[in-house]
Write a protein that binds this ligand. Structure first.
Ligand code: HXC
Length: 257
C-alpha cells in the first residue's frame, strides 16, 4: 500500500513505521493517523511481524495534533464525529509497539508515544503536553496515561504549565525505559523489537496484555489474571519447545503457535 505521510519497512520480524511530514514536524493530521492505523493493521495481520517500532525524525517524533486542521473545529462536529477517537486504535494494538523518540514529542505526539508499550528516547527527546497554551487540554490520554506513568505532581506540572520534560528527567520519572545517543535511538528500538519478535508471539502478546492489566484493575484481580494466562501458556507448543531447548542447552525454535 502507498502512503503519503508515513514510511513503512520491514526489518526482519520487526515492522518499522516512520512518521514523515517533515514540513510540519510530523503533526498528526487525520490523514497521517489513518495511514498509521492502516500500516498497523497490515503488520498485525502479518505472521512474519512480531513487534512494531514507531518513530519520527531527529527533530520531532511528532509536534502534536495538526493545529491548522483543527483550529476551526466546532463542538457539535467534534462530538458527532467523535473527533480523535481513531487515535485510540493505536493504544489497542495487540502486538508490542516500541516508540523511538528523538526531538519533540508534544501534545498528541507525547500521547502517541505513550500509547506504545515502551519508549526508547534519544538524549534530545522533549516530552510535553502544551495544549493548555492553545486553550484546550490533552485529548488522547495525556491527562490519564501521563499521570499513571509519572505521577500526579509531574503530570499536573506538565498539563497546567505546558513545560517540557527532557529525556533524563523522563527516564527518572518512569516515562521512558532507556535514553540513548540520538544516532542510536532507532537501531536500539529496532533491536528491541527484533528481540521481542524472536520470542513466542502468544507469550509476548499475553505478557503485554497482562502488564496492561495492571493499569486497569486491582492488584488481586491482576495477579489472578496473570496466573490464569501463565497457566494457559502451557497449552502452547512454544512452551514445550522453550523449556525443552533449555534442558537440551540449545536455542529454542519458536513457531508462534
Ligand atoms: C501544525 C505544526 C505543528 C502542529 C509545528 N508545526 N507543530 N503544524 N500542527 N502541532 C509546523 C509549524 O507551523 C511550521 O510550519 C513547521 O511545523 C515548523 O515549526 P516551527 O514552529 O517553525 O519550528 P520551531 O520554531 O523549531 O518550533 C518547534 C515547536 C513548535 C516548539 C515544536 O512548532 C510548536 O510549539 N508546535 C506546536 C506544539 C503544540 O502545541 N502541540 C500540541 C498540539 S495540540 P511552517 O509552515 O510555518 O513552516 C494537540 C492536541 C492533542 O496535540 C489532542 C489529542 C489528539
Amino acid at each position: 500500500m502507498a502512503y503519503d505521510y508515513i514510511l513503512v519497512e520491514r526489518r526482519g520480524r520487526a515492522g518499522l513505521i516512520t512518521l514523515n511530514r517533515p514540513n510540519a514536524l510530523n503533526a498528526l493530521s487525520a490523514g497521517l493517523v489513518a495511514e498509521l492505523n492502516a500500516a498497523l493493521d497490515e503488520f498485525e495481520a502479518d505472521d512474519k511481524i512480531g513487534a512494531i517500532v514507531i518513530t519520527g525524525s531527529e527533530k520531532a517524533f511528532a509536534a502534536g495534533a495538526d493545529i491548522t486542521e483543527m483550529k476551526e473545529l466546532d463542538f457539535v462536529t467534534a462530538y458527532r464525529d467523535d473527533f480523535i477517537s481513531e487515535w485510540d486504535k493505536v493504544g489497542q494494538r495487540r502486538k508490542p509497539l516500541v516508540a523511538a523518540v528523538a526531538g519533540y514529542a508534544l501534545g498528541g505526539g507525547c500521547e502517541l508515544a505513550m500509547m506504545c508499550d515502551f519508549i526508547i528516547a534519544a538524549e534530545t527527546a522533549k516530552f510535553g503536553q502544551p495544549e493548555i497554551s492553545l486553550g484546550v487540554i490533552p485529548g488522547s490520554g495525556g491527562t490519564q496515561r501521563l499521570t499513571r506513568f509519572v505521577g500526579k505532581a509531574k503530570a499536573m506540572d506538565m498539563c497546567l504549565t505546558g513545560r517540557l520534560m527532557e529525556a533524563d528527567e523522563a527516564e527518572r520519572a518512569g516515562l521512558v525505559s532507556r535514553v540513548v545517543p540520538v544516532g542510536d535511538v532507532l537501531e536500539e528500538a529496532v533491536k528491541a523489537a527484533q528481540k521481542i519478535a524472536s520470542f513466542s508471539l502468544p507469550a509476548v502478546m499475553m505478557a503485554k496484555e497482562s502488564v496492561n492489566r495492571a493499569y486497569e484493575t486491582t492488584m488481586a484481580e491482576g495477579i489472578r489474571f496473570e496466573r490464569r494466562i501463565f497457566q494457559a501458556l502451557f497449552a502452547t507448543e512454544d512452551q514445550k519447545e522453550g523449556m525443552l531447548a533449555f534442558t537440551e542447552k540449545r536455542s529454542p525454535q519458536f513457531n508462534n503457535r
